[in-house]
Unconditional design. Structure first.
Ligand SMILES: CC(C)(COP(=O)(O)OP(=O)(O)OC[C@H]1O[C@@H](n2cnc3c(N)ncnc32)[C@H](O)[C@@H]1OP(=O)(O)O)[C@@H](O)C(=O)NCCC(=O)NCCS
Length: 203
């Protein structure tokens, strides 16, 4: 995939009461490289240990994140990072929604932004680039499986990117001493369901 340079992200910075100003900043959206993996493991590890977006309970290390990345790339799925000031500010990838072959045109996405970089438009840029990247690879539906009904930043991010709310699985997770819902959102990619799938089952 070619590199996408985003030169004007809207950055929110409160100035007084509810007013915000927009500040120009820049981020590079590019394919994930092996050297990015330790920073990705750090971003994801923080989210695993402190948040509800992931239903994992223990933070996987860089070696495990590297294995997961390799499996996704081997399967033909997109894996992107957002680079800012020479550091990984966030990452996004698509992977199989479910393993059985009739699901092969459908992907599930993941988007994570480093805590210090959240609310600066990076998630939006990553998700937009991921949608494009998944579309050109022939995938037709993207599913967001969002950890917890209270994850408003993720729900709003996906809504802003054209996902529609398709359901809630109530109290299917237990983490941080409470029950967690899973919110399902979906967006067609490219021609969606208007024409037949042209992805062959994996050999
Ligand atoms: C969810 C997440 C990826 C969003 O990335 P981000 O860079 O912070 O989001 P952006 O700044 O691009 O904002 C995109 C939209 O999300 C919404 N949003 C972002 N932060 C928000 C917040 N704190 N509260 C409510 N909505 C928020 C807004 O609707 C925003 O659109 P707008 O700027 O037009 O209002 C990021 O907050 C994150 O990594 N969270 C922890 C992990 C997670 O929940 N990942 C999603 C897994 S499915």
């Amino acid at each position: 995939m070619s590199r996408i340079r985003v030169i004007s992200l809207r950055r929110r910075r409160p100035v007084c009461h509810n007013a915000v100003v927009r500040r120009r900043t820049s981020v590079l959206i590019r394919p994930c490289e092996p050297d990015d993996v330790p920073q990705i493991a750090s971003i994801y590890g923080h989210a695993v240990l402190t948040g509800t977006a992931s239903f994992e309970l223990e933070a996987p290390g860089a070696a495990e994140m590297g294995r997961r990345r390799a499996a996704l790339l081997e399967g033909g799925y997109p894996y992107l990072v957002a680079e800012r000031d020479g550091r990984v500010a966030g990452y996004a990838y698509a992977g199989p929604y479910r393993a059985r072959p009739a699901y092969r045109s459908t992907v599930e996405n993941s988007v994570y932004v480093a805590p210090a970089r959240q609310g600066q438009g990076i998630g939006r840029e990553l998700l937009g680039a991921l949608l494009l990247s998944a579309s050109v690879r022939g995938f037709r539906q993207m599913i967001a499986v969002i950890g917890d009904s209270g994850n408003l930043s993720s729900i709003r991010l996906h809504k802003a990117a054209g996902f529609t709310h398709v359901g809630v699985l109530r109290s299917v997770g237990w983490k941080h001493g409470r029950w967690l819902d899973t919110v399902l959102m979906q967006r067609p990619l490219g021609p969606g369901a208007e024409i037949p799938s042209d992805l062959a089952p994996a050999a």
